[in-house]
Design a protein. Sequence first.
Length: 246
Amino acid sequence: MGDVKIDVLGVRFDAFTMESALDRAKAWLCDPKPRFAVTPNAEITFAAQKDASLRDTLNAADMVLADGVGVVKAAKRLGRPLPGRLPGVEFAQALLAVMEEKGKSLYLLGGKPGVARAAADRVKGTHPALRVSGVRDGYYEDESAVTRHIRECAPDVIFVCLGAPKQEMWMGRNLENVGPALMLGLGGTVDILAGKTKRAPAIFRRLGLEWLYRVAFHPSRWARAMKLPRFMLAVRRQRRRAKNGV
Ligand code: UDP
C-alpha cells in the first residue's frame, strides 16, 4: 500500500500507514537522491486550495502524510478514507530509530537559536549510534549559506522545521541544492525533540483533540484553529462537486 493518492482540496495525500511510510523511507535511505516529504494538516491543505504554488509544491513531494485529524475526517467524508492520522513528529521519531540502526546522519534545520543544538544533544542521548552532521537555527539571513552548510555536512536526512508553509516552499525550492538527502518538513518537531514543548497527553491524541490542547497552551493558535470549520465547508463543496460529476 502507499501509492494510492487521496485528493483533499487538491492536495494528493498518500494512503500510508506508519509502517508503509517507514518502509518507503527505508528504501529511500538505501537509494539516496534528493527527496522531500510533507506533513500537511487541515490548515495548510486549506491554504493550498487558494495558493497554487503551495499546492504544486505539496503535490511535488515524494511523500504526503496526513498530519492532522481534520484531513483524516475530510478524506472519510469524501468517501476515500485514509488509513489514519500520521503525525510528522511520530514519523520523525520512528525514522530516528531506523536511521540509528542503519548508521545514517541527520541535519536539523529550524527553531529559535539554540533549539536545534539542544534537540541534537537529546537525539544523541536517545540514539547514540545516530550521527548528527549539522544544525542551523531557522532565523538566518542568507539561505544559500544554509544550503551550502548542509551540502558540506552531507546528511542522509534533514528535518526542516521552519513552520508551514515556509518549510514546504523551502524544500521545494532547495531540492537540488542540498545534496542527495531526504528532507522532511516537520514544523514544531524541533521544539519537541529539544524538550522545549510537549505533545498533548495520550488521551487528547486518542480523541483527536491534540489541536485543542495546543490551543489551550498557545492562545495565539486560536486564529489557526478557527479555520477548521471553513476547511470542512470547502470539503463539503468538494464532495458535492464530485457527486455531481463536476
Ligand atoms: N521557525 C523557524 N523560522 C521561521 C519561522 C518559524 O525556524 O522563520 C520555527 C519556529 O521556531 C518553530 C517552528 O518553526 O520551531 C514552527 O513551529 P509551529 O509549532 O508553529 O509549527 P507547526 O508544527 O504548527 O507547523
